[in-house]
Ligand binder design. Sequence first.
Ligand code: B12
Ligand code: SF4
Length: 463
Amino acid sequence: MRMKLCLVNPSNPLVSITRIKESRWNRYRVWKPLGLMVLAGMTPPEWDVRIVDENLGAPDYAAMPRPDLVGITAFTSQANRAYEVAAHFRQQGVPVVMGGIHATMCLDEAMEHADAVVTGEAEGVWAEVLEDARHGRLKRRYDGGLADINNVPSARHSLLPSGYAFGAIQTTRGCPLNCSFCSVTAFNGARYRQRPIPDVIREFQAIHEKHVLVVDDNLIGISPSHIARAKDLFRAMAQADLGKEWIAQATINFADDEELLTLAAKAGCRGVFIGFESPTPEGLAEIGKKFNILKGRDFRASVRRIQRHGILVVGSFIIGLDVDKPGIGRGIAAVASQYGLDNLNVLFLTPLPGTRLWDEMKSADRVALTSFPDDWRYYTLTFPVARYKHLSLEDIIEEMLSCDRSFYSVPRIIKRVLSSVWGRRQPLISLVGNFSYRNNLRMSSAAYSDFTRYCNNAAGRPS
Ligand code: B12
Ligand code: SF4
């Protein structure tokens, strides 16, 4: 008998990228839910699979053909919407399985809302989950742990509708660096695992989009052997003549190897997202971002070296560290301009469950929004959900706004876009990226007012 599986990526309306109607630039920033495409790729042929990405608009679930099983993924910020979708299907008697990072880190909470929960990476247990669902004997919990990614089927790239600007692929998992605010080491482990290069090339060839997001947390890794593997991958990509242009995440040591940069550019690398995190050495020491603390590193020169290969550099910083004082917002904007970044992404320090930061803040009673699961919707890193050492709620919001106003002022945008034209670094992507952020500024101001009102009301509520 054929079985119907519906996989859902829930949306969070507070995440600006999903508001395509309010800013058309956001259309270029909706990314494919790769985890669900990977699950679909591992699903045996007797299951008809449908993926619903609510970021493109939530369907009328009641009008859909009734599935035999629903699988829901969720980052923490999507958790409460995930539970709403789960409740809808469970009321219809359709079993619901949840998985992904939030269900793993908040297992007990997820178990209350789903019939079964898969913790960790699903590769090792997904076939069993489906078999159990088919026979009506789902267990409450399956633990996939860390998967062997040496021999996994390709993600099913053809299942989602066209209209995304970027395809998505993963070539490595895990990160040994274990920065305090980041969930990756806790979820994907400290061992850097690499997929076999021929598998990656085959999967790239199955992606129809010309532009691709390589989702790896650090595409080049940290040791000489990791970098050698990255070079082999880039050589193989160039040789396969994939015709793709891609962006990826890396640490700043990407800039330290000229051959690596040349090969990456030849393989189609057009942009790299680098976590600079803090403009001060004290801030970097606080979060344990080891690579950025390297003595004598000239960040401006490092960024230039990458850009000379036609690769855009987008930098990410955090506001709200214990060392951050009033003035940090403009400080970050100034440093980002001084480094010569093409684009800047600044996020509030956010304690996410499962991280070292969560444990530290929780025990010091510094997690401010704790009405869970409802409050998870604010855990997007774009709302200050904690109590910060030197910055009140109003202060920290003002710091964020002044950082954005300063970095995304029209003269600075024009300067950056012209620099990318002269440097032949993807001027169109630079333009879209900069205006998308600038546009979201307006939306952020409104969202912050609502958020402040919400926090003040919550503070006045009897506990
Ligand atoms: C790509 C990516 C994005 C893309 C999202 C694309 C998408 N729609 O999936 C973009 C750029 C939009 C994004 C945004 C955000 N992201 Co992000 N992102 C990632 C990244 C780098 C890779 C995710 C990925 O594709 N992995 C590859 C797939 C194959 O793995 P997977 O999704 O984990 O799926 C596996 C398992 O989890 C499991 N699984 C997953 N879902 C399900 C469902 C079921 C039913 C089952 C059985 C199993 C299962 O099976 C899969 C195979 O093993 C991760 C880091 C990471 N290593 O995971 C961060 C990460 C997920 N992001 C994170 C965060 C915080 C965010 C943001 C909140 C903040 C921000 N500004 O970055 C936003 C929120 C977006 C939102 N809608 O709410 C955190 C999440 C932590 C948490 N507790 O939620 C992570 C872990 C990074 C980090 N540094 O900590 N992100
Ligand atoms: S922030 Fe980057 S370098 Fe630090 S643990 Fe997370 S993935 Fe690794």
